[in-house]
Design a protein around this ligand. Structure first.
Ligand code: SF4
Length: 335
C-alpha cells in the first residue's frame, strides 16, 4: 500500500476505516500545554536538542510555583490538559513527582487533567527508585495520577534505539512498563515519531507491535504520530514533507484498526496537520507550549480560531474534547 497506492486511494481507505469509529465531518480537539519541568537528562538521545547534562549551566528544574503559574495560564487561555515531559534527571527523586502531582490534583481537582509522565520517564524513575514498574505505577496512582502516556517511543525497534538512544530503554522493556501501567488502572496512549533515518520496515514494525499490544490489552486510548524536527540536534537531518506525513497517518489509521482515536500533530506540522483529518485522523491538540520540539525548530501558533477555521474549511466541525470528562476509549474488547 505504502509503495503503490495513490494518495487518493490512501485517503479513501483511511476515511473508510475512520468511519467505523467516528461520524463523517466531525473531529475533536483540545487546548493543551506541555510542561517541560526539567531539561536535565542523562539519556543523551542524538535526535534531542532539549536536554542538558547534569551540571550544565543551562540545566533547570521548575519550582512548584512555576508549574502552577503555567497551569493557571493554561486555564485562562481556555485549555484544560497539561502534559509533563522532562528528562531523566538523576537528582529528582520519586517523591518530587508524587508530591507535585498530588499538589496539582488537590489544587485543580477535575478542572484540568494532566498527563503525568511519558513511559520513558516513568521507567527511569522506577529504576532509579529501585521499584518494579507495578509498584511505581501504584505510587503514582495513589498520588492522583490518571494518565502516563506513551511518549518516548519514537520508533519502536531495537535497531533504531541502538542507533539513536542506546541509554534509553529497549522495546521489550517499554511494553513491559506500559502493561504495568494499564494493569495498575492508569490510562495510556500510543505515540510514534517519524522522519529520522528509519526504514519503511521499521515504521511497519512499530505499527505492528503497537497493534499487537492493543489486541492484548485494549489499553491504548489513542495513537499520535508526530514528525522529527532536525534543527540544532546532534544527528541533524531534513524534515519530511507534509505529504509523507499524511500518507503515514492514513497508513496508521488503516493498520491500527483496533485504536479508535488517531491524532494529527499540529505541534510539528502547524495548520498542515489539519489535512490529516482527510487521511483518517479524528483529533488534534492546539498546544501553547512545548520546549522540546520548539528547541528543535517547531513553531507554535496561538491563533486558535484561525486553526479551527482551517478544519472547518476542510469540511469538519471541531468539538472541544475534555480529557477529564470524556470516556477514554471505546470498549473494543467486548467484540
Ligand atoms: S529525548 Fe528525552 S530521554 Fe532523550 S535526551 Fe531528550 S529529554 Fe532525554
Amino acid at each position: 500500500m505504502w509503495l503503490h497506492a495513490s494518495d487518493a486511494e490512501m485517503r479513501r481507505m483511511a476515511t473508510e476505516a475512520r468511519s467505523r469509529f467516528h461520524k463523517a465531518h466531525t473531529c475533536t480537539y483540545m487546548v493543551m500545554r506541555i510542561i517541560n519541568y526539567t531539561n536535565v537528562c542523562v539519556a543523551q538521545c542524538d535526535y534531542c536538542a532539549f536536554y542538558r547534562l547534569p551540571g550544565h549551566s543551562e540545566g533547570y528544574v521548575l519550582s512548584r510555583e512555576a508549574v502552577f503559574a503555567k497551569l493557571d495560564e493554561l486555564l485562562e487561555l481556555g485549555g484544560d490538559l497539561a502534559a509533563f515531559n522532562g528528562g531523566f534527571n538523576p537528582h529528582l527523586p520519586l517523591s518530587y513527582y508524587c508530591d507535585l502531582f498530588a499538589a496539582i490534583r488537590e489544587r485543580y481537582g477535575d478542572a484540568l487533567e494532566f498527563y503525568a509522565l511519558t513511559i520513558a520517564e516513568f521507567m527511569y524513575l522506577a529504576d532509579h527508585a529501585k521499584l518494579s514498574y507495578a509498584v511505581a505505577a501504584q505510587r503514582f496512582q495513589e498520588a492522583g495520577v490518571r494518565w502516563i502516556t506513551g511518549g518516548g517511543s519514537e520508533i519502536l525497534t531495537e535497531d533504531f534505539r541502538a542507533r539513536h538512544s542506546k541509554f534509553k530503554y529497549t522495546v521489550a522493556e517499554y511494553f513491559e512498563a506500559q502493561r504495568a501501567i494499564i494493569d495498575a488502572g492508569l490510562k495510556t496512549t500510543a505515540t510514534m515519531v517519524i522522519g529520522f533515518d528509519e526504514t519503511l520496515e521499521e515504521r511497519l514494525e512499530h505499527l505492528e507491535r503497537t497493534r499487537q499490544f492493543q489486541d492484548e490489552t485494549y489499553g491504548l486510548a489513542s495513537f499520535l504520530c508526530w514528525t522529527y524536527k532536525p534543527y540544532f540536534t546532534q544527528v541533524g537531518g531534513i524534515e519530511i514533507s507534509t505529504a509523507e506525513y499524511l500518507r503515514h497517518l492514513a497508513l496508521s489509521r488503516i493498520y491500527l484498526d483496533n485504536i479508535p482515536r488517531i491524532r494529527t500533530s499540529v505541534l510539528t506540522r502547524n495548520e498542515d496537520a489539519l489535512r490529516g483529518l482527510l487521511y483518517g485522523a479524528d483529533d488534534f491538540d492546539l498546544p501553547i507550549e512545548d520546549e522540546v520540539t520548539q528547541k528543535a525548530g517547531a513553531t507554535i501558533d496561538l491563533e486558535f480560531g484561525k486553526i479551527l477555521n482551517v478544519a472547518r474549511d476542510l469540511g469538519f466541525e471541531p468539538q472541544y474534547r475534555h480529557v477529564a470528562l470524556a470516556p477514554v476509549v471505546a470498549d473494543l474488547s467486548a467484540g
